[in-house]
Every structure is written in structure tokens, then in C-alpha cells.
Design a protein around this ligand. Structure first.
Ligand SMILES: [Zn+2]
Length: 237
């Protein structure tokens, strides 16, 4: 019933090598055996969020509101690549802040974000600009981080300014849910979903998923859960 989506960054083989390395590193660093499962859930979950969020702020905006000629990007391919990288940087930062609070992987916060950056960005994880950008996010609280993210996304993809604001309040919680689910922390994931329902009660109106938590990396086609469709985001109660 709930569908998966593939990644667009790197070949399938490269992705698998990165996942295997990340799983080994996590097992060693955290003295644990579930590295593969954690990595799979994180990677599938973040790839789905990235792909879905890009669709919402790009395709959905144009389909529902129409294309605004002022916002035509010079190169759509470039805009997509930059936008998806921006989404990844933000996901890495939000997940790392959550790990800092929850201590899923020890107390070494530096290790966690660098590890997650290698998993999500590969060699780009050592790019000084990438390191600086993640560091800037990590220094911000949740609200300021979200505002910084919407700003950089709007620079890469001006039409994202026209997406319903509620989307940007739901996304950080969705990133935290993926993180909690990856580390098997179901109560926290449920609590975060309740926060999302408080923000957008229409989440529970979907007759297919009823707004329930889905397995990481899967989504509900009718409503878009965990990145809700435009029509759901603008539904009045
Ligand atoms: Zn649904």
C-alpha cells in the first residue's frame, strides 16, 4: 500500500558501499550490532523526505498555483541538485541535534554529524563549505534553523516561497521522526507525530493511512504522509 522511492544521488552501487561503511562505523563506534538496520532506516527515510519535499516546493506549487515566469530557474537541473543538497544539509543538522538531545549514539556530537554527512553526501562531506554550513545549523535553535533553511531553499528554488508555511513546520518533525524510528525509539516518534497533528489536524483525515506513522522510507500516495500534499496542507478544518 505504501510506496518506496529511489535516490537520485550517486549510483546504486556507490550508495550501497556508503551504507555498508556507515553500518560498520556505527557498530564499531557505538559498540552495537544493529548498524545495518539503523542505516537503512535513516537512508531510506531521508531519501524519501528529500524527494517528497522537493516535489512539494517545486512541482506541487507550480501545479496548484501555476508557473510564475518571474521564478523560472536558469537551469532546472542545477536548481534541483542545489535544492536537494540544501535539504540534505538541513536533515543532517536536525537529526544530529536530535541525537544530541536523545543520546542515541553516545555523547560525541561531532562524530554523529560527520558520520551522517558521510552517509548522505559521500565525499562532499569533507568539503569545507559543507562542514561550515552544517556547523552554522547546529549553532541555531529549532526555529532559527527552520528559518535559515527556508531562506536558503528559496534562493535555490524561488517558487518554494509560495509553498504553504505549515509545510516548513512539519518537515523538521518529520526528520526527527525518521531519526527516532531508525534508533527504534517508537514513543518519541509517536509523540512527534502528535505534534504534527496539533499543527495540521487534517493529517488524520486520510482514509488510507489515518495519519499513522509509516515505516521509514514509505509514503501514503493519497495524502503524501510523511510530507503531505498541497491539498492536505491547505485543508481547513
Ligand atoms: Zn494517507
Amino acid at each position: 500500500m505504501f510506496q518506496r522511492r529511489g535516490s537520485v544521488v550517486g549510483s546504486e552501487e556507490q550508495r550501497q558501499v556508503r551504507r555498508d561503511q556507515a553500518a560498520d562505523e556505527l557498530n564499531r563506534h557505538g559498540n552495537r550490532q544493529d548498524g545495518q538496520r539503523v542505516v537503512t532506516r535513516l537512508a531510506d527515510g531521508f531519501t524519501l523526505l528529500r524527494t517528497s519535499l522537493y516535489e512539494r516546493v517545486h512541482r506541487d506549487v507550480e501545479q496548484v498555483l501555476g508557473r510564475d515566469s518571474m521564478f523560472l530557474p536558469i537551469s532546472e537541473v542545477k536548481a534541483e541538485k542545489v535544492s536537494k543538497t540544501e535539504i540534505e544539509l538541513y536533515q543532517i543538522a536536525v537529526a544530529s541535534q536530535m541525537n544530541r538531545r536523545r543520546r542515541y549514539v553516545g555523547a560525541d556530537t561531532e562524530w554523529f554529524w560527520q558520520w551522517l554527512a558521510r552517509l548522505r553526501l559521500g565525499r562532499a562531506a569533507t568539503d569545507p563549505l559543507v562542514i561550515r554550513r552544517i556547523g552554522e545549523y547546529l549553532a541555531l535553535d529549532e526555529d532559527h534553523g527552520r528559518l535559515a533553511f527556508t531562506d536558503v531553499l528559496a534562493k535555490a528554488l524561488p517558487e518554494s516561497r509560495r509553498a504553504p508555511l505549515v509545510l516548513f513546520r512539519l518537515v523538521p518533525l518529520a526528520i526527527q521522526i525518521v531519526t527516532a524510528q531508525a534508533f527504534g525509539d517508537r514513543p518519541t516518534a509517536e509523540a512527534l507525530r502528535r505534534q504534527q497533528v496539533d499543527i495540521l489536524p487534517a493529517i488524520t483525515d486520510c482514509r488510507t493511512c489515518r495519519g499513522q506513522l509509516l515505516e521509514s522510507g514509505t509514503h501514503c500516495p493519497p495524502c503524501g504522509n510523511p510530507v503531505w500534499r498541497f491539498q492536505w496542507l491547505t485543508a481547513a478544518d
